[in-house]
Design a protein around this ligand. Structure first.
Ligand SMILES: [Zn+2]
Length: 72
């Protein structure tokens, strides 16, 4: 089961209808739909395996919490 960060749900979601594809730069990617809202999600694979998306997704989540107050 693949997961990706959904910008619509603002959290990591499981992906339905996963298809493999190739980006213009030759990288492998996976396309699918958010299990909750149906938003199209794309995971870019950096070549060595599917573990890469775990790190980047969690990092983005945490970072947005630490923004300067009063900015919004
Ligand atoms: Zn979603």
């Amino acid at each position: 089961m693949h997961k990706a960060y959904c910008s619509n749900c603002r959290e990591r979601k499981e992906i339905l209808d996963v298809e493999e594809g190739t980006a213009k730069n030759g990288r492998k990617l996976l396309k699918g739909k958010c299990v909750s809202c149906g938003e199209e999600l794309v995971i870019t694979l950096s070549g060595s395996g599917a573990g890469t998306d775990n790190g980047s997704g969690a990092g983005t989540d945490n970072g947005s919490d630490e923004g300067p107050p009063g900015n919004v």
